[in-house]
Design a binder for this molecule. Sequence first.
Ligand code: PEP
Ligand code: MG
Length: 554
Amino acid sequence: MLILEGMGTSRGIADGKILIIESENNPPKILDAVNCEEELQKFYTAKELAKSQLMALCKKASQEVGDETATIFEIHTMMLNDTDFQEAVEARIREHHNSAEYAVYLIGREFARNFSQMNDSYMKERAADVIDISHRMIHILTGSSEKPLENMPGTVVIAAEDLMPSQTIQLDKKKIVAFITRNGSQASHSSILARSLGIPSVAALGTGFAKLNNGDYVIVDGLDGTVIIDPDVITNAQYTVKKHALTEHEEKLKALKGTSAQTKDGYKIELCANIGHPDDILSVLENDAEGIGLFRSEFLFLGRNDFPAEEVQCEAYASVLEKMGGKRVVVRTLDLGADKQASYRNIPCEDNPAMGYRAIRMQLDRTDLFITQLRALYRASVHGRLAIMFPMITSVNEVQLIKKLCEEVKKDLTQEGIPFSDCVELGIMVETPAAALTADRLAAEVDFFSIGTNDLTQYTLAADRMNSKVAYLYDCGHPAVLRMIRYITEQAHKHGIWVGICGESAADLSLTQYYLRFGVDELSVSPPAVLELKEKIQSLELATLMESIDNTLD
Ligand code: PEP
Ligand code: MG
């Protein structure tokens, strides 16, 4: 038996066998070749197979989504045929005796770096193509699958260095009982996904992660943040008792359905849920959420070969609105970039992606794509109560540009005789210090604010939300973050608009009293966290806490 210590990022206890998902950014396992001629042969065979895969994808794309996407695969085929690339890989194998996969990995990175340093913006974008081709070749050469759970018979505990949204989208969630990561934190994507699935996760295992092997039997304790490899009989028995107590508590929470999220002395707050996929709605309704405070629309854009068409998007939004009846659904427009990459978007590598070309910046640059999403949303708005929210706002100017585009979309739809609701609310995520500190001006422009504490915390404290080495600094309860939330709420209310929190800290029970004291109107958390948060709110008597809360911040 071996106990690994990490950070519990989603409550619960589960057990199962480990399946390790390799990061696409890591070097392949086999670095050196035994026989160069064999490696060269492997490389040529893989190249032919990659070409035939690309030709099939090109044909499929031109039939299903149009020629623009098909062109991407043509470009990839041309690059694969490029003699410079081929010669460089051959030289690496012959001169350094590298395995074919490692040679492709190294040369792919070198070529991508060269492209990304070019001045011409078209050539810069080719860096992502080279990386994509390298991944395809490495998958073929190592026999690894892009959909690792596809042929798994049973359930597994997923273990990874870190999981990107583009990877999690490919996973069959029904087969996962827990997540374990070497890196990551409370706000990393596998943690968020685990919480929304209601399964345990442990992040930041650090060097202990190396002790895990495929097929190991483990217990994952998301409460204590431990992973127990090959537990002994006594430990197994202790965990059976612990699991039983958890189930009993969950049963008790069910009795809170239908009751109000109100403190003992009458302070009320709206409790909503965050979702990343329409399938999550079942859990939203089961846990009695009053609406959807954040619907991350990225699921529509990841794990596919091109941007989804207006029709596809409209159907997805409409089905969520319908299923939620008249309850409010806040859909966030596309938040791609930084840690959420769609390979077909071909974003060149950036030195500081979290501060780079992402979210609304990308949308306002590619207004054609933005307008498609806005049209789909307005068209869907007749099916329920829609609010649209824009991510990563830093200025009033951005909001005014967005509002202008919304007006244009509405005008076009009217001219085309397509119906849409007049009551769509427009709001912004307040997740940059710039937006927080200009909340007074931004509040005059929109119908609501939703505070994204995941990003607001990382930008305010200069602590990367994905980096476990600085996780000790990443503190949503830091006075700087809490003061901002207080200020944002004051300004929102001065302008008569509502304010919610949709970052993960909305579910942090040690902060609930602060949010209530500030007068935040809504908290939006993963569906399985709704009832526990309600229990916490109902246990508080706010009047007795106000003075000490104010003292800690002033
Ligand atoms: C946030 O930043 O708090 C947020 C909700 O957005 P995301 O986690 O998707 O960046
Ligand atoms: Mg964010």
